[in-house]
Write a protein of this length. Structure first.
Length: 158
């Protein structure tokens, strides 16, 4: 009958660890493999994991205060998709402008320019007037037989 007292691992599968600091005859006496002096030879041993050898640590190189952003130069838009336009066509008008999008409740921030993106599908011929549009939105509107009027001539970097 097998019990926990009689079960043993296969011979050679478990190696005994080297016992350090048990006299010079053991092969790891005197300094026990830690060298002679210094921080790493002491008890309570070693340096923290984040120690970088004396160079200025990462947490001190990072900005001190939270909230760093370059939002001063960021351009904000009311982003709409072709699927939103399709909803506005059926509900409001055949000519889409910023005012019709505000009436439909698609655009909420009236002070921001409107940007048209190509997510979705346009099924009907329509005239759209927006501040800026993506290339995929432009091709989708032209493919549906509509016209796209872009108000601002802002060049986008990709």
């Amino acid at each position: 009958m097998l019990t926990t007292q009689t079960i043993k691992p296969t011979t050679g599968s478990r190696k005994k660890s080297k016992r350090l600091g048990r006299g010079n005859g053991s092969g790891k006496g005197t300094f026990s493999g830690r060298g002679m002096n210094g921080q790493n030879c002491r008890s309570g041993w070693g340096v923290p994991d984040w120690f970088e050898g004396g160079q200025t640590p990462l947490f001190r190189r990072m900005p001190k205060l939270k909230g760093f952003s370059n939002a001063k130069f960021k351009k904000h838009y009311n982003v709409i998709n072709l699927s939103d336009i399709e909803f506005a066509i059926t509900k409001w008008a055949k000519e889409i402008t910023k005012e019709t999008l505000i009436q439909a409740g698609i655009v909420t921030k009236k002070s921001l320019p409107v940007k048209l993106l190509g997510n979705g599908e346009l099924k009907s011929k329509i005239n759209i007037t927006v501040d800026i549009a993506s290339a995929s939105a432009t091709t989708a509107v032209e493919k549906a037989g509509g016209t796209l009027n872009i108000l601002s001539q802002v060049s986008e970097e990709k």
